[in-house]
Design a protein around this ligand. Sequence first.
Ligand code: ADP
Ligand code: MG
Length: 327
Amino acid sequence: MDDLIIIRDLIKYFPLQKGFLDRLFAKEKGFVRAVDNVSFTIKKGEVLGLVGESGCGKTTTGRLILRLLEPTSGDILYNEKSVFSFTKKEMEKMREKMQIVFQDPYASLSPRMSIGKAIEHPLVIHNSHDKAERKEICLRIMEKVGLEPAEFLYKKYPHQLSGGQRQRVVIARALVTNPEFVVADEPIAMADVSVRALILELMAQLKEEFDLTYLYITHDLATCKYICDRVAIMYLGKIVEMGSLEEVFKNPIHPYTATLLEAVPVPDPKYRRTEPIPKGEIPSPINPPPGCSFHPRCHYAVSTCSQEEPDLKELRQEHWVACPIRS
Ligand SMILES: Nc1ncnc2c1ncn2[C@@H]1O[C@H](COP(=O)(O)OP(=O)(O)O)[C@@H](O)[C@H]1O
Ligand SMILES: [Mg+2]
């Protein structure tokens, strides 16, 4: 498979917004190290899961890939060409070909825009097709995502729909420009438990039908098994483990990944945890711990873990891990 997207040494530091007193006494300017030197590729037609606790930099990574944010440094290649060298025309094309599905469908839909108008909106922005054609495309995509009867729902407003339907609207809107790559940022986090599996199933089905490539962002590693081909585990702005879904689920190597897998519920009352829960809370990305940033929470940490920052190493075939003691 060809690489659709290649991320190289991507960094995004946000300057710290400080209060007056903090500014007065601060010795140096602080930064939030949201994405801290991340490299990975996404192959054409695959679903890569980007997984980690809230605040670890998943959304920032997704927004950087779509150029909704500019990185501090690093490069992003789309179809083997750096997106930072794109002409205006190439950039416009890229905006059509790359879309995002946000976590909160209520927040990402205008309450005053009917469902039909919301789904058609990207076509209006990209100035493609006339009014009648736009409606036709919209109704067709509504049927594809299960918003039926489409003609009836076309005139409805977001508050008149169920949560699951609203999420389908957001998916339809992302697909209306016929993209090839979609960042799905926690697409099921706000949906009822009962419809989560249905939405993932729909996404998997749409992927086949429209030949899509996904970056699937989630804090819940368990949901990856429904849709992902590969997973990348993020912790405090860095990727700590990456490999095929099967490989990482069967042979997790990083202690952090193992604890995320332990959080997956097992319907057996006799089951006992084998991995201890990480100690304490996730540290701040403003002053991440030195060395391996997971070491203060890691039950296996030794004194050297706080000294050297581990690189991602290929420990098994296509299975990459950054852990000072296991790699
Ligand atoms: N625009 C911003 N300005 C300053 N800090 C930000 C901004 N966006 C995100 N951050 C910070 O960057 C870190 C990563 O955030 P985010 O990418 O949203 O994580 P996730 O999606 O994994 O929850 C967090 O500490 C967050 O507070
Ligand atoms: Mg997020």
